[in-house]
Design a protein around this ligand. Structure first.
Ligand code: HEM
Length: 463
């Protein structure tokens, strides 16, 4: 039928052979095929039909349409999470997704998304890790490797469950490491179910680690929920997200313990690695661009001095804000967002899109569009500033959090975290290229659902 054009297809493995020669990450590599397929490119990935949308206007159409608001429903949830249906927000669709998303968004808002309480929780976590780096690593070489992931997770976890972890907690560190691994090999067993049938192939894509991770998360969340049930706070004084959920669940079948566990998993999966990786990129680009670092720091000291930032300071430090935006553009931490599944047979730009086809909009390609940005390969925060440098500029194609029906649920939290952490890092630490190790290289990264730099060295200097 009239499937969007793409590289040659072979039985069983589909188009993956031709993709492999471009490298392993489908989306990042599909960017290289843009000259041949500027609007969209169709692949057969194992048993799945995948369409990557390179054209911004078409992407918008997909992202804002109900027809394309589905998710891949299948094995991942059943075998990995141990449930017989999809749960939570990220991997549900239809009524369950709408309900879980609406409830989660409004409850998170109630508990501080975008308000003062939230900002001080963020600053508190940032202060702990920054002070730790300052006291332990002053004048020394430091390996940046998921340095901020646990701190960032603590912020969300405090709202959801009232708990936090020590940034050096060995168990949580291990969970974060495995979680990052899961992000890197997402979708693989959906694409090639056959891989699950031998021990050797299972090992190859990390099946047992994935299963262990989801089982660990599951029992961790069940335990936290049990503790909340035993000491449920009333409707009038809920302590956190879990209290509100359990209260709402009374007599309402749309609320289930499985979905609560699913939402907790979603927050862990979506809320730590994404912001954590972006902060690693902040250290990398700051080390590589000392002149930008100096300018940010000067602006911060001029406007805020050494006091803790809040989101009310937005607008007063435009160069720093532009720098964060440029880091998000250059690092493209969620290069393709998540899949959007067609819920029925439909048509897109003259091509037939059959039900269950997966569509990804190529965020990475929007960030690298030469006609749009002029010099996309250059790191240049000024592009996000107006002529006199007094205001940041908005760009339609700057969509690190995606857009449309399934736009990131944590956007305002993530923005607050990036703003407050970056400022507090720069107030307290100078980040330099190490004289003893290779210069950090933005081209050295790992990519799956998220894109994070490989561990790299910097020299830290306390201010
Ligand atoms: C820099 C940090 C982050 C980036 C770049 C990012 C990016 C994205 C992107 C591109 C999507 C997919 C949009 C789509 O499918 O159309 C997404 C979805 C999502 N994000 Fe984020 N995200 C970040 C942080 C967070 C945080 C802190 C949370 C915590 C609440 C979060 C929760 C979610 C959830 C639950 C979804 C799924 C929404 C749905 O399926 O309806 N994200 N994010």
């Amino acid at each position: 039928w009239n499937f969007p054009p793409g590289p040659p297809r072979f039985p069983v493995i589909g188009s993956l052979l031709s993709i492999e020669k471009y490298g392993s990450h489908l989306i990042l590599q599909a960017t290289k095929l843009i000259p041949q397929y500027p609007k969209m490119v169709g692949f057969f990935a194992g048993r799945m039909r995948v369409v990557i949308i390179n054209d911004f206007d078409l992407a918008k159409k997909v992202a804002f349409s109900d027809t394309f608001s589905g998710r891949l429903i299948g094995m991942y949830t059943e075998t990995m999470r141990g449930y017989n249906r999809n749960i939570g927000v990220i991997s549900t669709q239809g009524q369950i997704w709408r309900h879980n998303r609406r409830f989660s968004l409004s409850t998170l808002k109630e508990f501080g998304f975008g308000n003062k309480g939230m900002w001080s929780i963020i600053a508190e976590e940032a202060a702990i890790i920054v002070t730790d780096l300052k006291t332990k690593w002053d004048g020394q070489d430091f390996v940046v490797n998921q340095t901020f992931n646990i701190s960032v997770l603590n912020i969300l976890w405090k709202i959801v469950s009232g708990k936090r972890y020590h940034p050096d907690d060995p168990e949580m560190k291990e969970l974060m490491r495995v979680l990052a691994l899961v992000f890197k090999s997402a979708y693989i067993e959906e694409v090639f179910p056959i891989l699950q049938y031998t021990k050797f192939t299972q090992e190859w894509y990390g099946h047992s680690q994935k299963q262990l991770l989801t089982q660990t998360f599951k029992s961790m969340f069940e335990q936290v929920i049990r503790e909340h049930e035993q000491k449920l706070h009333t409707k009038e004084s809920p302590r956190d997200f879990i209290d509100v959920y359990l209260e709402a669940k009374k007599g309402n079948d749309l609320f289930t313990k499985e979905d609560l566990i699913g939402i907790c998993m979603d927050f862990f999966e979506a809320g730590g690695e994404t912001v954590g990786s972006t902060l690693s990129w902040v250290l990398l680009y700051m080390a590589l661009h000392p002149e930008v670092q100096k300018k940010c720091r000067q602006e911060i000291f001029n406007c805020l001095g050494v006091r803790e930032p809040t989101m009310n300071d937005r607008g007063t430090v435009p160069y720093t804000e532009a720098t964060i935006m440029e880091i998000q553009r250059c690092s493209s931490v969620a290069p393709s967002g998540l899949e959007h599944k067609a819920l029925e047979d439909t048509e897109l730009d003259g091509y037939t899109i059959k039900k269950d086809t997966l569509l990804f909009y190529n965020i990475n390609s929007f960030f690298l569009d030469r006609d749009y940005w002029g010099d996309p390969e250059n790191f240049r925060p000024e592009r996000f500033l107006n002529d006199d440098g007094s205001k940041t500029l908005k760009y339609e194609r700057f969509i690190p959090f995606g857009f449309g029906k399934r736009v990131c649920m944590g956007e305002s939290l993530a923005k607050a975290e990036l703003f407050i952490f970056t400022i507090m890092i720069l107030q307290n630490l100078r980040i330099k290229i190490s004289a003893n190790h290779a210069k950090p290289d933005p081209g050295q990264y790992e990519a799956g659902i998220t894109r994070s730099p490989l561990p790299f060295h910097v020299t830290l200097e306390a201010i």
